[in-house]
Ligand binder design. Structure first.
Ligand code: MN
Length: 240
């Protein structure tokens, strides 16, 4: 049996001509490709009623949290700063319910970009709303170049699960203007950019199987075996 991977989908809220201005539910293709190439069965969840989270999580072996909008600052007790970008509160509340149910059922989680941020927010952590407001973050985290190639390095804790997959240093792509500020106490940071920003974390509780990364492995997996390796590992974790 192939493990079933629930992917929390997004809603295209900007009217797109190609869809005749209709609203469209979607997930970036790299998540589908990464899961399929790892022999998993992707299942995209449209944004829905938080009360349905259990019914969704009951059906899956792992939860994938994808990239997208900024998390609403109210989720971590902050007011919106001037450089906050688009938020989608319906997605925030639905994903919060999916996360809480997945943790309750101890289903493996793979969180990417916005995913690392909302997971941290739901568990009591906080975010930087825009890195340019803080001069200490001196590495470019919003790369203007193509996403298939990494731009900044991260150093990885040699004792982490992530290091067993990527080694202790790797080049990652970077498309985030927000980042982890205070990490939730349930998590332990496992990778940092050279300016000290948290780029990955895992769960402290060995009963929870979580890999969260700030970069976009789904945009590198087609050409980078190590990044496909994160998907292979997720499917492996979801197989138990
Ligand atoms: Mn980065």
């Amino acid at each position: 049996m192939k493990p079933i991977i629930g992917i929390a989908g997004n809603l295209l809220t900007k009217h797109a001509e190609v869809f005749h201005d209709n609203l469209v539910t979607y997930t970036p293709q790299g998540f589908v490709d990464g899961v399929q190439q790892a022999n998993g069965l992707p299942l995209v969840f449209p944004i829905g009623n938080p009360a349905d989270a259990k019914a969704y999580i009951d059906q899956i072996d792992g939860l994938l949290l994808a990239g997208g909008q900024d998390v609403a600052p109210s989720f971590y007790g902050a007011e919106p700063s001037l450089k906050l970008q688009e938020t989608e509160p319906r997605r925030d509340f639905f994903e919060k319910a999916l996360i809480e149910e997945a943790l309750k059922q101890k289903k493996p989680i793979f969180a990417v970009c916005r995913g690392i941020q909302i997971l941290n927010s739901v568990q009591g952590g906080t975010l930087y709303q825009d890195l340019s407001e803080y001069p200490q973050w001196s590495v470019q985290h919003l790369q203007p170049s193509i996403p298939t190639v990494g731009s900044h390095s991260v150093s990885i804790d040699s004792k982490s699960h992530l290091a067993s997959l990527l080694g202790t240093s790797v080049l990652v792509n970077s498309y985030h203007h927000q980042a982890i500020k205070e990490l939730a106490t349930d998590f332990v940071a496992t990778a940092w950019s050279t300016d000290g920003l948290v780029e990955a974390y895992e769960a402290k509780d060995p009963a929870q199987s979580i890999v969260a990364v700030q970069w976009h492995p789904e945009l590198m997996q087609a050409t980078d075996e190590k990044m496909q390796g994160l998907f292979n590992d997720f499917i492996e974790r979801a197989s138990h």
